[in-house]
Write a protein that binds this ligand. Sequence first.
Ligand code: BGC
Length: 757
Amino acid sequence: MIKRLFFLAFLFPALTAFSQDAQIKSSVPNVEAKVDSVLALMTLEEKVGQLVQYNGSWDLTGPASEVGNKEKEEKLKKGLVGSMLNVLSVDATTKAQKLVMENSRLKIPLMFGYDVIHGYKTIFPVPLGETASWDMEAAERSAQIAALESVAEGVNWTFSPMIDISRDARWGRIMEGSGEDPFLTSKVAVAKVRGYQGDDLSDPKTIAATAKHFAGYGFAEAGREYNTVHVGENELHNTILPPFKAAADAGVATFMNSFNDLDGTPATASEMLQREILKGKWDFQGFVVSDWGTIAELVTHGFARDKKHAAEIAIKAGSDMDMEGRAYETGLVELVKEGKVDEALIDEAARRVLRVKFKMGLFEDPYRYSNANTKTELDYDKHLREARDIAKKSIVLLKNENELLPIKSSVKKIAVIGPLADDKDSPIGNWRGQGEANSAVSLLEGVKSAVGKDVKVTYAKGADLGIGRRSFMIPLKINTTDKSGFEEAIKKAKDADLVIMALGEDAFQTGEGRSQVNIDLAGVQQELLEAVYKVNKNLVLVLFNGRPLEISWSAENVPAIVEAWLLGSESGNAIADVLFGEYNPSGKLPVSFPRAVGQEPLYYNTKNTGRPTNPVEVTYSGYGDVEKDALYPFGFGLSYTSFEYGDLELSSEEMDENGEITASISLTNTGKIAGKEVVQLYLRDMVASTTRPIKELKGFEMVELQPGETKEVTFTITNDLLEFYNAEKKWTSEPGEFSVMVGGNSVDMKTETFRLN
Ligand code: BGC
C-alpha cells in the first residue's frame, strides 16, 4: 500500500510542488499529493471512518471482552476509525495500530490522543500557575518534556493548549488556561505549540497539539460549567479569538471545538467560527476535532432533531472529527446517499485528517510513536529538576510585610500547619495525565529538606479542606465543621518562631465540571487561620489553588502571602526554594484576585463606561459595599528586592501606520539582592469606532538586575499592536491618540501619549 501511495505521488508532481499547508511544520515531502492519492482510493465509508474517534475504554493489552469493545475492534479492523483517545502505553497503542495495519484495506494509521495538559508523568504547574511565570521558555520547555514522555507511552497527540480566556474565578476550568488576558495567552499558545510540535511534526520526539476550546467556553454565564455564552462580535474578535489566531499562525495541527452555545448557535454547529474564520480567514489547514460528544449534544441543545440531523449540521459547519459522539459513524454515509450532505464535505474533512497523519510521518512508520526503547532513553530525574525550576518561577509573592520572607537564619522552630501542608496529591492538580497520585513533594517535605539540623520543624494538619475529592460534577463536602485538630495546631503555632500555613483547594476543586459559588477558604480553614494567627503573628500563608481565591482577610492581616497554585511534582521543593530565599520570586498574576466573589467576572482590561467609578460615587460602574478594583491586580507580584521605575520616554509623539516608536524606561534594583522583574507595556486607544479597554497588555520583558544595577528597557510599538476588530468588522488600527503605560503590574504605571497619523 505504502509503495502505491508513493507511486501516485510520483504521478502528480505538480500537486506535490503546491503545498498550501506550510503552517504545520513537517519534513515529510509532497504531503498534498500523497493525501490526494490516498483519498482517491477511499470508499465513502472509509472516508467517514477517518472522521470517527473512539475512546479506548478497554484494556487494549488484554482481550476485548465487552460487546461494545468487540464492536470497536471490528471497526478498527475495517479501517472505519480515524483516531482513538485514552489509549495509553506502547503495548496498547501498538495493539490498536496493528488491528488497523494488519486487517484494513487501506491501512491508514490511527492517531492516539490524550489530555496531556500540564505534563504526562512529570507534572508541571497547572497552566494558570505556569503562566504566572511569564516565562515563555519555561512554557515551551514543559510542553517539550510532556511530549517526550507522551511518545514514550505511544501517545502522539495532545488536547492542549487550552487557550480559553477566562475571567470568572467561579469557573472550574480557569485553572486550565492562561487567565484573563488575550496577549499573554497568545504568547503562551505559541510557546506551547512550539514545545509540543517542535520544528518537525514527523519527529518522533514531538506530538500534535490542539488549540481548544473553539470558542467562547471560558465566558460561560456566571462561571456555570457548560453554560450559555453571550458575547457580541466585538468581544469575540478582540478578546476570545486572538490566542486561537496565534495558535493557528504557529502551525497548530488541530483545533477542538467547544461545548457551549455562542449567541444562539452551539460552537460545534458554528459555520461562522469553523468555516468562515478558522478555515477561511485564517487558512487553517489542520482538522477540527469535536469536544467529547458535542456533535450528538446538538440534540440536547435543541439545535438538532436527532443524531443524524446533528451530524448533518456539524459536518456542514466544519467540525471534522466526532469524538465519541457516534453521530458521524451512524449518520454521514446515509446523509450523503440521500443527497443531504455533499460528498465533497466528507472529502474535505478526511483530507484534513490525512494531511495531519502524513505530516506526523505515520504513513512512513505507523509505529514510530510506539517505540518501547524511547522510555528507557528518558531522564526522568532531569525532568523533575526542570519541573522544580519551572514551579519556583511560577510562584507569586503577594504580600511580604516587614520582610518576613525569606525566612531568616534566626528562625529555629517552624510549625507547618494546614490541610495542604503534608498533602502529596493536591499539587498534582486536575488533568494530571499519568502523574501518580500522592507523588508530589509536599510542602512539609520541602521545608524539612531545606532547613539545617539546627531548625526544628513541627506539623499539624489542623482541619480538613472542607470540600474534598469528588467524582465528576458531584461536590463532596467533608468535615466542614470539625475543629478537633485546632488545639494541636494552636499549640504548635504558639511554640514556633514562625508558622507556615498551607491552605486552599484540593486537586479536584478546579478543572472540568468544578464550578463553585464560593471561592473563599472552604470548610473551617478560615477559622483555623484566624485561630493560629491569634497566637503567632509571624505567619506565612501559602496558597494552593487553581483559581483566584477570596482572601481579603488574609490580605489585611497576614504579614506574608505566597501564591503557590498547584505546582506539580516538585511543589514542596519549589515553595521551599522561595520561602528560604534560594530563589527570589519573580511571578506575576495572570488573573485578577477579587476582594469579594460578587465582583466576578473581574478583569483589568475593562471598558471605561460612560460613568466610571470615582472615589465619591463608588456605585458608578461598581458597587456600594466593596471597591470595584481587584485586591491583587493582573500583572502583580512582589520580589525580595525592590525596583524603581524611571520616567517613561517615547522616541516620538507621533507615529505613522508603517512606522514605529519606542517606549523606554529605566529600571533600578534598589534593594539588597539580585532579582527579576517582569516589565509590562500597556496601551489604550483613547477614541475609536468601538469603545476600547482602558488598558491592554501589549508587551512584557523579564529583566534581571543585581543590587544597585540599572537597565534601560525598551519596547517597540508598531502598528500591529494598535490593531483591533473595529466597527467596520476589520482588524485594523485607527488614527488618533494612544496612551502608553509601563510598569510592574497593571495598576502602578508611568504614562505617556502619542498620536497615530
Ligand atoms: C473536555 C476536553 C477534553 C476531552 C477529552 C472533554 O470533556 O472538555 O477538554 O480534551 O474531554 O478528554
